[in-house]
Design a protein around this ligand. Sequence first.
Ligand SMILES: NC(=O)c1ccc[n+]([C@@H]2O[C@H](COP(=O)([O-])OP(=O)(O)OC[C@H]3O[C@@H](n4cnc5c(N)ncnc54)[C@H](O)[C@@H]3O)[C@@H](O)[C@H]2O)c1
Length: 344
Amino acid sequence: MEEKLNVVPFVSVESMKKLVHRIGVNPFLNELAAEIEKDFLRWEQFDKVARISAHSEEGVIELMPTTDGEVYGFKYVSGHPKNTRSGCQTVTAFGLLSDMRTGYPLMLSEMTILTALRTAAMSALTAKYLAPKGADTMAVIGNGAQSEFQALAFKEIVGVTKVRLFDIQCSASMKCARNLRGTGIEATICNSAEEAVLGSQIITTVTADKQYATILTDNMIGPGVHINAVGGDSPGKTELHKNILLRSSIFVEFPPQTRIEGEIQQLDADHPVTDLYSVMAGKRAGRTSKQEITLFDSVGFAVEDFSSLRYVRSKLAETGFYEELDLLADPDEPRDLFGMLMGA
Ligand SMILES: NC(=O)c1ccc[n+]([C@@H]2O[C@H](COP(=O)([O-])OP(=O)(O)OC[C@H]3O[C@@H](n4cnc5c(N)ncnc54)[C@H](O)[C@@H]3O)[C@@H](O)[C@H]2O)c1
């Protein structure tokens, strides 16, 4: 890639599609999970702050910044559960990487697809540490945009070969089952969440509803399961009954953010939780017994997006899947911005 500082590589949706096809969805998920894990292993190097949220009645818009001192990154992400009714996405996103030394952007990228990939990669990476050994069956409750990505990441990274699908809209489950055909994952469509969790060692909840929902009740959760709770990710937006949380060992990305946004917003502010980075570093235990209920209270943290953007950037030179964006003014004499404008 030729170094033209004022021209910023832009990864459009079309380029992202090409990139994922070139690499393959499964290797992409695997490599992405490895990048995220590497960054979690250097956790102290990152500036960490709970994301900045703007709420409306319909949804939320969030900014997620971080830096490792050399590269700065942020993601813009929206979450508007009613959007699908008018043919729009619940989650949309884009993100940017910049050089900390010059402040010049290094890459702008679509992140709607990338967020689905990174959320799934993070869920499966976490399950590698927490799910019961040999788990091959996962309930997936909520079969919208994120669901196939979750199923594929769990196949690739954890070894899940059977998914039990439930959605209040059967058409969503049918879409998910159809998309998973030929992937080596056997999909069963269930009539209720209760039916979906039967025989599942892993339970993924990935519904979208801006309320305190109860997707899982206490009686649905037997000993030894791993819960991957993805959809509860905003104040007033949860998926699990509080009693499940009280029986579970809870693992989180960045506690100050999860306490505001995750399932644990239902608990006291000092309820014990375990940081995932310390589990990955071997400093804290993951699953400690066959009976233990483990819960990944996923909300999505800026470092995961930083890792994902860096991963995508590392592929640009070899694939050429980007466009050049004329994003930054570049006068011949740096102080003569006005002259550049008038000379146009
Ligand atoms: N934790 C993270 O890092 C992260 C990342 C991305 C998205 N999310 C969240 O994941 C959720 C799903 O996102 P999406 O893009 O797949 O949304 P989506 O709107 O495409 O799909 C959500 C699905 O949930 C179903 N649903 C709603 N209520 C339900 C219920 N009570 N029982 C069963 N199914 C129900 C809907 O019918 C829909 O098919 C959202 O809440 C989003 O905010 C979290």
